[in-house]
Design a binder for this molecule. Structure first.
Ligand SMILES: Cc1cc2nc3c(=O)[nH]c(=O)nc-3n(C[C@H](O)[C@H](O)[C@H](O)COP(=O)(O)O)c2cc1C
Length: 264
């Protein structure tokens, strides 16, 4: 290992500890400086929205937590059937759904997953490939209204997504690919340099909910950390970065989802 790599490893390990050696004397966080934050919900940008059904009792959800934890595994092969809109709606709710709104001056959301300071820096995008009642395309989830908005009706992402996912064709062609981005400033506003660590911890909780929620309805998920950052950001139309723009957004994680194959 050369000195440059050793230095970089050190920096990454500092990141794991939630601090950087230059932190001593760091300025106050933006919250401490009483600067305005940004909302934890993005505004809708499309006129085309798709209501998500919430009659989850139709799904026969298994609530046997022991069984769900024991069964959970990364599933990369899916049944030929489509994922239903009910199932997708439940999975979106389980990963980012809002349980409660709070806050006076600034809206705070409490969701189905924990988030450091309830800052909720993550956004959900879907590449829908085989969802009953949903045409193929790229969608954005609006947790505030529990609806999807259509971002791009392009029918065929297979080749480009496979490249962006470092050749993982099973994920590019999965019935649904969840792609999660972060708006880091939502968390940085309160936690400054510790924010990046917290954002990734938030993402881990959320994806575990996806795994367990999938198992509870006969679906399967596979987390995806191997992707080409620039390519994925470009596919979602995010400005190249990083930059210090408070609206800066980048992909942090993804997961492929489909119905479990018979006998698996
Ligand atoms: C952060 C993270 C990134 C991952 N990235 C990928 C990936 O890009 N492709 C993939 O096929 N599996 C990926 N996985 C799934 C792991 O390979 C899987 O969890 C591991 O092999 C253990 O298997 P299990 O989940 O069935 O217990 C990832 C898992 C995590 C937690």
């Amino acid at each position: 290992m050369n000195d440059r790599t050793k230095y970089q490893i050190m920096k990454e390990r500092e990141f794991l500890k939630g601090y950087h050696s230059g932190d001593a004397g760091a300025e106050k966080t933006d919250q401490e400086q009483k600067l305005p934050s940004i909302p934890s919900l993005k505004k809708r940008r499309s006129q085309q929205t798709i209501a998500l059904p919430v009659e989850f009792d139709r799904l026969g959800i298994s609530s046997d937590i022991w069984d769900l934890i024991m069964r959970r595994q990364s599933r990369r092969r899916y049944a030929p059937e489509a994922v239903s809109l009910y199932e997708l709606s439940f999975l979106l709710w389980a990963t980012q759904g809002i349980r409660k709104f709070a806050g006076h001056k600034e809206q705070v959301t409490f969701r189905s997953v924990p988030s450091a300071g309830s800052r909720h820096p993550l956004e959900t995008y879907l590449f829908a490939n085989h969802v009953a009642g949903l045409s193929r395309g790229l969608y954005h989830y609006l947790p505030g209204e529990h609806v999807l908005e259509l971002w791009d009706p392009a029918q065929d992402y297979e080749a480009e997504l496979t490249r962006a996912l470092c050749g993982q064709h099973f994920a590019a062609t999965a019935p649904v690919l969840f792609v999660w981005s972060a708006l880091p400033y939502r968390t940085e506003w309160r936690y400054g340099l510790k924010a990046s660590k917290y954002i990734l911890l938030d993402a881990g909780h959320m994806c575990q909910n996806l795994y367990l929620a999938c198992e509870s309805i006969g679906c399967g998920a596979c987390a995806i950390g191997a992707y080409d950052q620039d390519h994925m950001d470009e596919l979602l139309g995010f400005a190249p970065g990083p930059s210090v723009d408070p609206q800066y957004e980048c992909v942090v994680y993804a997961a492929a989802v489909g119905r479990v194959r018979e006998g698996q």
